[in-house]
Design a protein around this ligand. Structure first.
Ligand SMILES: [Zn+2]
Length: 677
């Protein structure tokens, strides 16, 4: 009997990690897919006429076993993987995409869904049910379910070509990145570089059996060199190599790919009845339309530009004074910014770290959650873990009711991917009147304790922990009926609100007093350090903002364009799109679009604006807390009731207005960023 296809019989129905063997996965997936298919067949073959319960609701509750197994397997593939797991992933992924295609292309199923959708105004549905119905219907219609004959074929052909082009786009960038290396044999050329970066460059050279040092276009090599290397000519060389990826008119050129992807996305949107690709994407976003996104970006540009120009002037003067630089270039940007920042703030990680012992920071996050939302975190050792470093908690409310199980996995190890993320092992839902509570997890890569020293976090790691913990609260406090609307299942440009807002508490004296004490002396973090943290956080914010806005505008210029077939030059289209956002002189041989993987390879097309959008939201929401007190119970309750517990049950703007009493305004962000005086 396969453990994964059965009831787990574990405390709180938690994942039975220690009992799962790798060879269990593939058969368990196959069985679960068969079960899910049978559930779908039951929906399509019922003799009863389609209604909300037997179609929409049944569809949403279907496949629970499959999603449970998937979450366990793919979470482990990120946090604790090995060759075997990766091999299984290769085998399982096509099965899963085939299954999901079987559903979206199932015409019988769509007929039933459409029958319910067509009479939705006559049905007496709750808001959550209406949202679910729309979501299910659009899951089909946005994939072409309403298209007939030839058009349907056209759509499939476009999708096939798009997925090949995206793959090719990515392969070109990867090859460009791998093909370049800067070989350094004279150590003076590395002057300015921190020891760690030098060491890494040496090791890289050794691994390729070369003498000296190697610098590449991979971020861990590229970023330190651009930030610290004193040799301006080499910075220029490296910067130009980075900026010309996919733009050399050779085999790896991406210009035609960019033009074709933009054109195909436009055609696809037209087929489905949308004006442009951006209109198609934004239909399922809080921002709603390209017009609103563009207005949003330009409004911020207007506010940020004066500050950016001033900062740029300061940086120019600084570089001139220091090194006699006359014409500040892109390859000087990170270098002089870092030098100026050091001069102004002289704030380094080592100074702060003793105040941020990991255990203290976790307890700080728990205390914040308790003060705001009445949550209690109790460490438990009765449930299975997938690694001994994982910490496990039972989360209860003020009445002692179970809210969630919480896993926290903090230290790097082989088998864990980089970065930090929140995920869940079981989603929340209410079925047959029973509220099934979620199992939520955060995974990070913080410095591990040693025998003599505990884990001490940089301030950046502190905000990362609060960020992921904010996502986790969104998952833990979920309180919806349907699993596909629960927790973090919200529109893309809304999902970072709970995480980013929580970071704000890290900058407040009232919060830091709760946990930021020296791990040896117990002394509270000095206020002057907190002030420095705050001041340095907004350093060159105007220029940073302009840069983010330029990417958002470029994204929209490619995807909200109503005649992409008329664009002939990628570079001049890009230059036009950047408009008023550029501070440095243009570099003729460089192009951003041909290596803009976020929007041409990944899933960020028409979505790059969401980084700034989420900042506006979190600053505006936190402003409300600041007005009433950062631990004010009424505001916290509203945030819990209207945002955290609601998941995707209602349009996010409606939810936000219920919480805030008004639409979000950019002023709070501009103030926080020091762009409004
Ligand atoms: Zn996040």
């Amino acid at each position: 009997m396969n453990i994964l296809n059965n009831t787990f019989n574990t405390p709180f129905n938690t994942a039975p990690f220690s009992k799962i063997k790798n060879e269990d996965y593939l058969p368990a997936f196959k069985t679960a897919i068969e079960k899910a298919k049978a559930e779908i067949d039951a929906i399509t073959s019922t003799k009863e006429g389609p209604n909300f319960e037997n179609t929409i609701e049944a569809l949403d509750y279907s496949g629970q076993e499959l999603s449970r197994i998937s979450s366990i397997f793919f979470n482990l593939n990120s946090a604790e993987t090995n060759d075997d797991i990766q091999k299984i992933a290769q085998e399982v992924s096509p099965l899963l995409s085939e299954f999901s295609n079987d559903i979206t292309l199932n015409e019988e199923l769509f007929k039933k869904v459409k029958a319910v959708y067509d009479i939705k105004s006559e049905l007496d549905l709750t808001t959550e049910q209406k949202t679910l119905l729309d979501k299910k219907y659009k899951g089909f219609s946005r994939n072409g379910a309403n298209l007939k004959g030839e058009d349907k074929e056209k759509l499939r052909a476009i999708d096939r070509e798009l997925s090949q082009l995206k793959l090719k786009f990515g392969e070109h960038i990867l090859a460009e990145t791998n093909n370049f290396e800067m070989h350094i044999t004279d150590e003076t050329d590395l002057s300015g570089l921190p020891d760690g970066a030098k060491e890494a460059a040496k090791q890289l050279a050794e691994s390729k059996e070369k003498d000296g040092w190697l610098i590449t276009l991979d971020y861990p090599s590229y970023i330190p060199f651009m930030t610290y290397a004193d040799n301006r000519n080499l910075r220029e060389k490296l910067s130009k190599a980075f900026g010309s990826k996919g733009f050399k008119n050779d085999d790896l050129d991406n210009q035609d790919n960019v033009l074709r992807i933009a054109e195909l996305r436009y055609q696809r949107a037209q087929l489905l009845g949308y004006k442009t690709h951006a209109h198609f994407v934004l239909e399922e976003r809080m921002a709603e339309t390209p017009e609103k996104v563009n207005a949003f970006l330009h409004q911020l540009l207007e506010k940020a530009k004066p500050a950016a120009l001033k900062e740029f002037k300061t940086l120019e003067d600084f570089a001139k004074d220091l090194d006699g630089i006359d014409n500040l270039q892109k390859w000087d940007s990170a270098y002089y910014s870092e030098k100026l920042k050091q001069k102004l703030f002289s704030l380094d990680d080592e100074q702060l770290k003793p105040y941020f012992k990991l255990e203290n920071v976790i307890n700080g996050a728990f205390t914040v959650a308790e003060k705001l939302f009445g949550l209690q975190f109790e460490e438990i050792d009765t449930i299975d873990k997938y690694h001994e470093d994982v910490m496990t908690y039972k989360v209860v409310d003020t009445e002692g009711n179970l809210v969630s199980i919480f896993y926290a996995d903090f230290f790097p190890r082989a088998g864990k991917r980089n970065g930090a993320w929140m995920t869940s092992y079981k989603s929340q839902m209410i079925k047959n009147g029973e509220n099934d509570r979620p199992h939520v997890s955060i995974v990070c890569n913080f410095t591990k304790p040693t025998k003599s020293k505990p884990s001490l976090l940089t301030f950046n790691e502190v905000t990362t922990l609060f960020h992921e913990f904010g996502h986790a609260l969104h998952g833990m406090l979920a309180n919806t009926i349907y699993p596909s609307l629960s927790g973090t299942n919200v529109y893309w440009d809304f999902v970072e609100l709970p995480s980013q807002i929580l970071e704000n508490w890290c900058y407040e004296e009232e919060t830091l007093k709760l946990f930021a004490t020296h791990y040896e002396t117990g002394e509270l973090i000095p206020m002057e350090l907190i002030e420095k943290i705050k001041a340095s956080a907004t350093f060159n914010e105007g220029m940073q903002t302009l840069r983010q806005l330029s990417f958002g505008m470029l994204d929209m210029a490619w995807h909200a364009n109503e005649s992409p077939e008329t664009i002939t030059s990628v570079k001049s289209h890009e230059t036009k799109a950047f408009g008023e956002t550029q501070l440095y002189p243009d570099v003729e041989e460089n192009c951003m679009s041909t290596a803009f993987a976020h929007i041409f390879q990944g899933g960020y097309s028409s979505g790059y604006y969401s980084y700034k959008w989420a900042e506006v939201l979190d600053a505006d929401a936190f402003e409300y807390f600041k007005e009433e007190g950062i631990f004010n119970k009424t505001v916290a309750d509203k945030f819990k009731i209207f945002v955290l517990s609601q998941g995707g049950t209602e349009n996010p703007m409606t939810l936000y207005k219920k919480f805030r009493g008004q639409e979000p305004k950019p002023e709070a962000l501009l103030k926080r960023a020091g762009l409004l005086k």
